[in-house]
Design a protein around this ligand. Structure first.
Ligand SMILES: [Zn+2]
Length: 82
């Protein structure tokens, strides 16, 4: 099994790992409902993007209801928890 020719110095390892960090994501605020949103994406709560409706959440909810027999919200579960 091939192995590295020699041990990397602490300095070399740490220099490489200096770039291993991640940057925090940029979180915006929806113009309409003030929910936190990702940049360049339609609002997951109200379906608005750049001041207009791009996702019809009423149809999405109806489709989800037809498919799974329940909507995304779980009022019965929240009742159990409290
Ligand atoms: Zn919104």
């Amino acid at each position: 099994m091939p192995v590295p020719a020699r041990k990397l110095s602490r300095s070399k390892v740490r220099r490489r790992r200096s770039h291993d960090h991640m940057n925090p994501i940029q979180v915006g605020v929806c113009e309409k409902c003030k929910a936190p949103i990702m940049a360049h994406r339609a609002c997951p709560t109200c379906g608005f993007y750049k001041g207009r409706q791009v996702v019809d959440h009423s149809r999405k909810a109806a489709r989800l209801l037809k498919k799974t027999g329940h909507t995304h919200e779980h009022p019965e579960e929240t009742k159990k928890a409290s």
